[in-house]
Ligand binder design. Sequence first.
Ligand SMILES: Cc1cc2nc3c(=O)[nH]c(=O)nc-3n(C[C@H](O)[C@H](O)[C@H](O)COP(=O)(O)OP(=O)(O)OC[C@H]3O[C@@H](n4cnc5c(N)ncnc54)[C@H](O)[C@@H]3O)c2cc1C
Length: 487
Amino acid sequence: MSTASHDPSVPGKFDVLVIGGGIVGSGIARDAAMRGLTTALIDKQDFAAGTSSRSSRLLHGGIRYLAQGKIGLVREASREKMVIHQIAPHLADPLPFIFPTHKRSTWSLWKLGIGVKIYDLLSGGRNLGKSSILTRKRILELLPGLQTSKLTGAVRYFDGLTNDARLVLDTLRSASHHGASITNYVRFVDAHPENGRWRCDLQNTPSHKHYEICAKCVINATGPWSHDLPHSETTLRLTKGVHLVVDRSRLPVPDAVVFAEGSRILFAIPWGERVILGTTDTDYDEPIDFPHCDPEDQKYVLDVVNDAFPAVALTENDVISTWAGLRPLVADKHGKPSDISRRHEIKMSHPGWWDVTGGKLTTYRLMAEETVDEIADYLNIPLKPCRTATTPLLEQRDSVQVSGIEPPEVCQEAVEHYCQREWAVHLEDVMIRRTSWRYYHCEHMDIAENVAKWMGRILDWSSEITTRELEHYKSLTDSGFASTPSS
Ligand SMILES: Cc1cc2nc3c(=O)[nH]c(=O)nc-3n(C[C@H](O)[C@H](O)[C@H](O)COP(=O)(O)OP(=O)(O)OC[C@H]3O[C@@H](n4cnc5c(N)ncnc54)[C@H](O)[C@@H]3O)c2cc1C
């Protein structure tokens, strides 16, 4: 499979143009291509550079939504969690969670004990593992440093751990394999309807060159940007969530741990030799392109963990990396951010134009299936049935050593693969989305030097480009991403 990047020599007419290469757009492109529609997908940045590389990386039904009585939402996501485990086992490890309970907390042991049994049943009765109730003695064996005051016990239940950006990239590889034209660094500028099609003005972001394509159907899958896109009729409420990465030797948890903070919950999620801590949920009205982890966000998360594990006493010096993402939630002006529904919305706002918003990583495949069903109705043509729930995302040999939950080994072969077969054109594309090396390794700057050398050879960079890529990468701080350097 060869991949186009900067110079999209795509033919001009498509059945479907998907705007946005996050998880939602990628899922739609894969489904549309598999059903026989001529499909193009563009993203103004790198694929997954938006929310879809900034999540908690969980495949989950949502134990919190169960407590809110949203059974339908939990059932839907729990089933999809199992589907992803089937179609992409390399990106869906069973992950046990220990949820300690305390006297006089809203999360009582008996309620949670019943809740986790219902949770197992909602996954079709065969969750990724069987839930159980743990005694106080057993939790302290598993989590020796845990605060014991008011501790009554714990429940242990299962969800899945994934790698959000890799799920996007492997979904796109599958879409491309089924014939979709996939291009990063191309921005949707505007469109107008003409003879039953949308004539779309697109701009290659490095060269600023404009070009046009026509599509019978256009899908706005731009996540947090979706209410700003021309023709969009969607209204969002954006909330920010941050994550911190610390060394697992500082917080040696065998399973994921849940921390209750009122009605909210935070997690410590084991990730190889690291632990991911998160997340927050606060209203956001700053620029969408650069959400970052503020010192207050970091302090809040560290305080929650330190309250639960007082002897651990994590400080900002323990933080290896951070990321922050924006939840594109279907608007609800009222209520706390954590209470806003995570439901998705698929809306044909104009003939042949859909706004697809909300939902979560876990439910992306279902969102795609429902969207392509609507496209089929609109086009009034018989399409092949949806097969995304049963067709593996990749052949097993295609994922070995280049795609997984933990970062791959740092080596030139992997970088060659990302440049030649996964659309990577900038240093940050490899360091962040393709590999997570940026987040995982303390010495990521040394790794970046080597990767820049390798990418320079593969992509024929001049020494100026190599220097600019490195400088740009150096300028990235834990607080987010700068804009992509222009060539
Ligand atoms: C903190 C946090 C934690 C989360 N944790 C989980 C979790 O553990 N499990 C789970 O299931 N879900 C989780 N979610 C939810 C999930 O991450 C999101 O629902 C999902 O990633 C949204 O994907 P998307 O494709 O809609 O948006 P995005 O990933 O943001 O993709 C939109 C894309 O559109 C592109 N774009 C924008 N404008 C244009 C334009 N004009 N032209 C071309 N392209 C454009 C952007 O560059 C971007 O790549 C979490 C979300 C957050 C914020």
